[in-house]
Design a protein around this ligand. Structure first.
Ligand code: ADP
Ligand code: MG
Length: 552
């Protein structure tokens, strides 16, 4: 043991801290990240397999969604966690391509490992990967097709491609149609740029009918009915009051004791309470409101008075819903009944209670703001509706991305094969060692078509050879029809995706693999003294990770 000073070993880390360095650290990080990539690899593409996730409560989820799987897996290794973060970012930015980014990062790391074994320095690898990334973005620009917001047919294809493989194929056409209409309804032009705010689309889930019965409502749909049966069921020209305070008696802050000694006193007390509630309702009614959506509670007595005043009221309204309702109807959210003016009220053509899937539901249509839309998603069971919701959300995001960016690419492995070929040509023009990293990047891209083929039960080598030869002949959009096994034009096949899926995936994959490669020292001090062995030493008596590395 070196690193001794006057015969005493010097420890710079607390006992129990783990440390690994150099190739050992790199290897362990690369292995962990690749393990994550491998875990989701079999789910890629329309023919990908599903994963069954069982949580600690024993609840089961069956899913094919890379981000979802990784989110629910209890991953502990820090490098593996980084990869999970990457898929989350992809999900946030584009809503699709999560499996792609994990699989591609895994492959970049595998190639990097081979280069490390050939004594190529991580800095060179990182440099080469970045060069390949920049070149890829340049090449992608030449491959995109522009799409207008009015191109329904193309947008439907984009939505269908995103839904494929999400366990909601049964309702694919319906969901695609809803996604496109919903996005169209809420798109806005801000400073000359198209913007879609997903939260303008309100989703309600209801079981008890098939996906085909899902519908888009121009307006707001609320998962609640009237609080009192005597309230009107249907109101035209609704004047809507939004309250975030209860219509109840004020609870005293201090514990107060009321001594009632006679029946008269009790009556007086109750009368007074009644009068105070009546006052509150009078204030509401005199504002001109005939609909009240209250975020808090409404007292029984107040419900009765509201019903008498012909007001439609809902209580325990979700905070997020009340905010959406405010935007949709132009109402302000009121927190003091004493200052309601008519301009605080929102308006809607019709407020109506209907029964959907056995539940009372309030429909607010003909809203002041026509951009407010709701989607009622239907499905036979809770599990089905959950999957339908995920599929709808993802496809809506993807359609939104396409409408915002106005650009699409053909999918089915075609962009990866094209990029790979072009990058190899580019690599040949490079002189330094970076050339090897650019070549490795080009090879790594082929993991996508290869995996699509494997998951469809096709021979990946045959398919890659066929794909490459079609692309060599100039068929830039040749990809894999995973159903027939033929190499065909993905554009004609209708497999269309936003360009942002690819640019974001390439960016994140390079960023995270470079980050992982550049780590040559992992120091973890997770163990607290309490978890140590009996003599305050970790089991085995020495910090794991090996003493030699601790020397300096
Ligand atoms: P991700 O989580 O990365 O979106 P998916 O399981 O959705 O993973 O698979 C996406 C891949 O499947 C993309 O490369 C896409 O082009 C391809 N793909 C989607 N639909 C088809 C199809 N009908 N035929 C061939 N490939 C398809
Ligand atoms: Mg997808």
């Amino acid at each position: 043991m070196a690193g001794q000073l006057g015969g005493q070993p010097i420890f710079i880390l607390r006992e129990g801290a783990e440390r690994s360095r150099g190739r050992e650290a790199q290897n362990s990080n690369i292995m962990a990240a690749r393990a994550v990539a491998n875990a989701v690899r079999t789910t890629l593409g329309p023919k990908g397999m599903d994963k069954m996730l069982v949580d600690s409560m024993g609840d089961i989820i069956i899913t094919n969604d890379g981000a979802h799987i990784l989110r629910d897996m209890d991953i502990e290794h820090p490098a593996a966690k980084m990869l999970v973060e990457v898929t989350k970012t992809q999900d946030d930015e584009v809503g699709d391509g999560t499996t792609t980014v994990a699989v591609f990062t895994g492959e970049l790391l595998k190639k990097a490992e081979e280069m490390l074994n050939q004594q190529i320095h991580p800095t060179i690898i990182a440099e080469g990967y970045k060069m390949a990334l920049d070149k890829s973005k340049e090449i992608l620009k030449t491959m995109v097709k522009n799409v207008s917001e009015d191109d329904t047919e193309l947008l439907l294809k984009v939505a269908s491609t995103a839904i494929t493989g999400k366990g909601a194929e049964g309702g694919r056409d319906k969901l695609a149609e809803l996604s496109v209409s919903a996005v169209r309804s809420v798109v806005e032009t801000v400073d000359g740029e198209k913007k879609v705010n997903g939260s303008d689309i309100k989703i309600e889930k209801k079981t008890g009918a098939s996906v085909d019965k899902s519908e888009l409502i121009e307006g707001m749909v609320v998962n609640r009915g009237r609080v009192h049966d005597n309230m009107p069921k249907r109101l035209e020209n609704a004047k809507i009051l939004l309250l975030n305070i209860p219509v109840e008696m004020k609870k005293t802050e201090v514990d107060a004791e009321i001594n009632i000694t006679s029946p008269d006193q009790l009556k007086l007390f109750l009368d007074q309470e009644e009068k105070m509630l009546k006052d509150k309702v009078d204030k509401i009614a005199s504002s001109g409101a005939n609909v009240v959506f209250c975020q808090k509670g409404i007292d029984d007595m107040a419900q009765h008075f509201l019903a008498k005043a012909g007001i439609y009221a809902i209580r325990r309204f979700l905070k997020s819903d009340i905010e959406k309702m405010a935007r949709a109807t132009g109402a302000s959210i009121i927190n003091n009944l004493n200052d309601i003016s008519e301009s605080d009220l929102g308006s809607a053509g019709l407020v109506e209670e209907r029964k959907v899937g056995g539940e009372e539901t309030t429909y607010v249509t003909g809203c002041k703001n026509p951009k407010a839309v709701s989607v009622i998603l239907r499905g036979g069971t809770d599990h089905v509706v959950e999957n339908v919701e995920t599929a709808f959300e993802d496809s809506t995001r993807v359609v939104a991305v396409v409408v915002e960016d106005g650009e699409v690419l053909a999918g089915g492995g075609s962009p990866e094969v094209e990029l790979s070929l072009r990058l190899k040509e580019y690599a040949a023009t490079l002189k330094g060692r970076e050339q090897l990293a650019v070549m490795a990047f080009a090879d790594a891209l082929e993991i996508i078509p290869r995996t699509l083929a494997e998951n469809a039960g096709l021979d990946p080598i045959d398919k890659l050879v066929e794909l490459r030869s079609q692309h060599e002949r100039g068929m830039k959009t040749a990809g894999l029809n995973v159903y027939t096994g033929d190499v065909v034009d993905m554009w004609e096949e209708g497999v269309v995706e936003p360009v942002r899926i690819k640019t974001q995936a390439l960016n994140s994959a390079v960023e995270s693999s470079v980050m992982i490669l550049r780590i040559d020292d992992v120091i973890s001090s997770t163990r607290s003294a309490g978890e140590m062995g009996p003599e305050g030493m970790p089991p085995g008596g020495m910090p794991p990770g090996g003493m030699p590395d601790m020397d300096f």
